[in-house]
Design a protein around this ligand. Structure first.
Ligand code: GN1
Ligand code: MG
Length: 370
């Protein structure tokens, strides 16, 4: 596929000067395109929506249209009113020359172009408490932005995403395959992880039970608020935008908090081979929660707060389970660069979960003080 020909379908002014792979996402293929004309430069991001993960990419784009329209209007109103201490941003969809939100290639793959947030970066790991606090503010502000988007404006992009019981069922199905059994028998470490999962089967249902009992209500959530989806302004060091809007839909905000925390409070990152370096950092957690509550505290009911610890413990478990299942199934979902990468990713998440369990008292004490 000649990507520069594909770019010609989109309405970007200037001449294309470079088009190169960009970012470190595990799902979509992402490229940065830079256009120049006499006086200005335009940078946009080209992405192929992964059809294996999102079976209906057209729906993803309809959702993105509704979400960005709602948020851009609200952001402009807030900017006029001087509500905020900064300019919050959100990428915009760049239309095709025939006015559509995406283009298809000859294989029917869906490609989109969005604006790049300039003079800002996302990091793969937390840089320190100030960074963690800004990540918390950015997620809290995102929840505020979406709080009044009617849930029926979006369709569920990935039914069952963040339903841990569903991942357990999928894992159990995978375990029955010959391929998975062979991998398990060949590795003491894989067997250890399987035991780890078994010991937490009951706990894994905690948020689903709370929702079924009516203790927790769905609101709009991001679905994938890991540290490298949070853009930080290069000049002020403040959070400025949440990116990767594919999974935005009605969900539990606790899940977003848990997912952001598992990514931010593990400074070793998701790919660390040495488990001795993987640990939950309480200072980063305190800073993140301060930033989050500053923006979203007004929405949080007592029940919402009561379930935060469970979410913080659950999300690394759930992601570890997803990585482990994918390893046993032959690496079909998450992109990998080397064999055993998903097994190691699972080891890291389970170690992080253990580290959280060991610090339960401290984590609950921090949550109480907010
Ligand atoms: C995937 O696309 P990316 O890299 O932002 C995944 C998340 C995981 C994350 C772990 C749709 O996110 O759920 O937490 O990898 N997204 C999807 O790195 O499955
Ligand atoms: Mg994503």
């Amino acid at each position: 596929m000649d990507l520069s020909l594909l770019m010609e379908k989109f309405n970007v002014k200037g001449r294309l000067v470079t088009l190169a792979p960009f970012g470190s996402g595990n799902i979509n293929d992402t490229f940065l395109a830079v256009y120049r004309n006499t006086f200005t430069e335009t940078q946009v991001v080209l992405q192929r929506v992964n059809r294996k993960v999102f079976p209906r990419p057209e729906e993803i784009m309809r959702n993105m249209h509704a979400i960005t329209l709602h948020c851009h209007e609200k952001l402009e109103r807030d900017a006029m009113s001087g509500r905020d201490d900064r300019v919050w941003q959100m990428p915009r969809i760049v239309k095709t020359k025939d006015g559509r939100d995406f283009a298809c290639d000859e294989k029917g793959e869906v490609w989109r172009v969005i604006t790049r947030i300039l003079s800002a970066h996302a990091f793969d790991t937390a840089q320190g408490p100030e960074h963690a606090l800004e990540c918390g503010s950015a997620l809290g502000h995102f929840h505020y932005l979406l709080a009044d988007l009617p849930p029926e404006s979006v369709t569920d992009p990935l039914p069952g995403f963040h339903v841990t019981s569903g991942y357990l069922r999928q894992y159990d199905r995978t375990l029955r395959s010959k391929h998975a059994q062979a991998l398990l028998n060949a590795s003491v470490e894989a067997k250890r992880l399987a035991k780890y999962v078994d010991e937490r089967r009951d706990f894994a249902l905690c948020l689903e039970r709370a929702e079924a009992a009516g203790e927790l209500k769905r609101r709009m959530f991001h679905g994938d608020p890991k540290v490298n989806n949070i853009m930080i302004d290069d000049f002020t060091g403040k959070g400025t935008a949440m990116i990767d809007l594919d999974t935005v839909s009605p969900g539990l905000v606790q899940i977003d908090v848990g997912d952001a925390v598992r990514s931010i409070c593990n400074p070793a990152g998701e790919e660390e081979p040495n488990l001795g370096k993987v640990a939950f950092d309480e200072n980063l957690f305190l800073a993140f929660m301060k930033g989050y509550m500053r923006e979203a505290g007004v929405f949080m009911t007592a029940a919402d707060r009561d379930h935060l610890y469970d979410a913080v413990r659950l999300l690394p478990f759930e992601l570890g389970l997803r990585f482990f299942q994918d390893y046993l199934a032959g690496d079909r979902y998450f992109k990998t660069r080397q064999p055993g990468q998903n097994l190691n990713r699972a080891r890291v998440q389970f170690r992080l979960c253990e580290s959280i369990e060991a610090r339960e008292g401290t984590i609950r004490a921090i949550l109480q003080r907010l």
